[in-house]
Design a protein around this ligand. Structure first.
Ligand code: FPP
Length: 251
């Protein structure tokens, strides 16, 4: 059964998506901000500001469509290698965004969580992250996850260390470890695996994003740069997802 009518050249219409078969969890690598700015003769930081606005648009749209989880890669463990001015611009945007979102989050009952090691962030940003998580922890429905100082390998190593420490203390048994049990040591402990991972900007790689969780995810790549990523482009990704046949290793 085709749930999306292929209409070459036409913009996909959400009415053509099967809202009963949406991915429960979509994850996005928000890539292409720098190139978007360069094309316009603007500083890279302007690209990140435009990217933050796109995040807002897409998160609101995902919530309104009825999705359960949206996870975005906002800052990786490798992004510290960028010029100091760019790093602080991204951190500044996150602060600004979190300040503003505390109000809208309460109004719209959006739950927010942060995946990553927040300890190297400024005390102010750490406090904002904690506050946001705290305020929204009782909300049910849509959840936005922001990966911040996040790396997939780092996450797995931390989980392995935590598990090994419990084994050494005698409170965990290596022989009894299962995939499901190991998953509970990850940042994503209470979050189902992503069904769909989107990477804009023409790059076709995973870049250390959700390595464990992406085992059976569907991937969608597009040349569109993240600041230009629209609701229509999101619909296209969802339509592509609905045309895939997911077998999880079966037939
Ligand atoms: C990758 O594009 C983007 C980032 C490393 C930063 C993403 C951060 C934001 C959009 C701002 C804050 C986020 C939220 C959730 C409010 P790039 O700089 O690698 O682009 P390029 O490959 O074109 O250079």
């Amino acid at each position: 059964m085709a749930f999306f009518k292929k209409s070459a050249g036409k913009k996909p219409d959400p009415a053509q998506l099967d809202l009963e078969r949406l991915p429960r969890h979509v994850a996005i690598i928000m890539d292409g901000n720098g190139r978007w700015a360069k094309k316009r003769g603007l500083p890279r930081t302007a690209g990140h500001a435009a990217g933050a606005e796109t995040f807002r648009t897409i998160a609101t749209y995902a919530k309104n469509l009825g999705m359960d989880y949206l996870t975005v890669y906002a800052f990786s463990t490798e992004n510290w290698k960028r010029p100091e001015q760019e790093v602080s611009a991204i951190m500044g945007l996150l602060e600004k965004y979190l300040h503003e979102s505390i109000e809208t989050m309460a109004r719209d009952k959006i739950k927010m969580a942060f995946l990553g090691d927040l300890s190297p962030l400024s005390p102010k940003l750490q406090q904002l992250c904690r506050e946001t998580e705290e305020i929204s922890k009782g909300y049910e429905g849509f959840q936005a996850n922001i990966c911040l100082n996040y790396g997939g390998r780092d996450e797995i190593v931390r989980a392995a260390k935590a598990f090994a420490a419990q084994c050494a203390a005698g409170t965990a048994d290596p022989a009894a470890l299962t995939e499901e049990a190991f998953g509970r040591y990850l940042y994503s402990a209470d979050i189902p695996d992503p069904d769909l991972i989107i990477r804009p900007s023409g790059e076709v790689r995973i870049s250390n994003f959700l390595l464990w969780q992406s085992a059976y995810a569907e991937f969608y790549f597009t040349d569109v740069l993240w600041p230009d990523f629209s609701k229509e482009e999101f619909n296209r990704a969802l339509a592509a997802y609905q045309n895939r046949s997911r077998r999880f290793g079966g037939v």
